[in-house]
Design a protein around this ligand. Structure first.
Ligand code: DAH
Length: 358
């Protein structure tokens, strides 16, 4: 073997010594130099620097010593880096407070109204255009307004599905209407606002009462707490034609011109005649799916206000009549084109990942 063929090596200890010497010299250079930060950095760590050259000699170190030399090399680099940045800070070579005012900002997380609140606002606006004003009536109310005033005497079977959450009266508080066992209830529907609105004594009435309702139910299309919007129009010579016109106007404005509605005869104690209003399902386009079963989804009831209800509201039935309707906000939302909600419950699970999509 000639000298030329022999693999070139460098004695490990010699390389380590060179590194340590370099470290001391470089430290002096950092302390004493007054050149710019970039220049200093380049001369210490740049391609042509002593340190880079020594790093390249690593490949000549015998295999078994590579780790040992590698550790020293890293320590030298680290301590020089630290010293350099300390000096840079002290001497103001690097200004950490510097800010690029032209850089685009970072948007803070931004919330938005809950999808149900958005729907309530939209519904309010649509009815405003027809001259209906949004009003608020209690969501915890006397049994009288939720049932008796609406032509449902105590224990009437028609009230079964609405007999929900009753509240014991505080001792000393008197039931003003119908002294009885049940007295105060978490309102199961917004119809409690009907007679309350009539009692204000201002005619004609064009109200839209939007409020929370409570019932014993939970499945894909029901939650125990939900919202309804209740329309009431009392004036002279009101007809079913007016009712249909208002329902159609709303359906087109809220759901879109291509959705169909239908009205079926039904029974409610507080309207005569009574109807149920359906809209073609937006998930399956009327074919039938998990949510709607047969292509239609019931939105709620409507009808001409029963004379007994008008009388309970002190309204002269020889002069005035009217119509009323009550629909679910969440259900309406589910049936809205583009919402693509096939389960109502996530609306109230408070999972932001779900809610922020709307
Ligand atoms: N209150 C009824 C319900 O919750 C809905 C309803 C039906 C409201 C007929 C009305 C009406 O105003 O006229 O199921």
């Amino acid at each position: 073997m000639t000298d030329k063929d022999k693999p070139e090596t460098i004695p490990t200890d010699q390389l380590i010594r060179l590194l340590l010497t370099l470290k001391e010299e470089a430290e002096d250079q950092i302390r004493q130099s007054d050149v710019s930060y970039e220049e200093l950095r380049l001369s210490l760590f740049g391609k042509e620097s002593e340190l880079t050259k020594l790093s390249q000699s690593m490949r000549l170190v015998p295999k078994e010593d590579k780790q040992r030399v590698g550790i020293v090399l890293n320590q030298v680099k680290q301590s020089l880096e630290q010293l350099l940045s300390k000096k840079a800070k002290e001497s103001g070579l690097v200004n950490e407070d510097w800010m690029d005012v032209t850089a685009p900002g970072i948007r803070p997380p931004e919330g938005h109204l809950h999808i149900v609140t958005q729907a309530i606002e939209e519904i309010t606006q649509i009815f405003n255009k027809l001259g209906f004003t949004r009003v608020r009536h209690p969501e915890v109310d006397w049994d009288y307004y939720a049932f008796e005033s609406l032509n449902m005497p105590h224990s009437h079977p028609a009230s079964d599905e609405w007999e929900t959450f009753f509240i014991n009266l505080t001792p000393g508080v008197k039931e003003v209407h119908t002294p009885g066992v049940r007295s105060i209830v978490l309102t199961p529907h917004t119809s409690n606002g009907q007679v309350r609105e009539m009692e204000k004594g201002i005619l004609p009435i064009r109200m839209i009462n939007i409020a929370k309702c409570y019932r014993r139910q939970i499945d894909v299309s029901h939650t125990p707490m939900f919202h309804q919007f209740e329309g009431l129009y009392i004036d002279k010579n009101v007809s079913i034609g007016h009712l249909k016109g208002v329902l159609d106007y709303f359906a087109k404005a809220f759901f879109g011109p291509d959705r169909k509605t239908r009205i079926r005869p039904f029974h409610f104690q507080f309207t005569e005649p009574s109807f149920e209003v359906d809209i073609s399902c937006g998930i399956c386009n009327g074919k039938g799916c998990r949510l709607c079963k047969e292509g239609w989804l019931e939105l709620g009831g409507a009808g001409m206000v029963h004379p007994v209800v008008l009388k309970n509201g002190q309204i002269d039935t020889t002069i005035y009549n009217g119509f009323a309707f009550g629909w679910g906000v969440e259900r309406s939302l589910m049936m809205k084109s583009g919402t693509q909600l096939d389960d109502i419950r996530p609306l109230y699970n408070n999972d932001v990942r779900f809610l922020e999509q709307f």
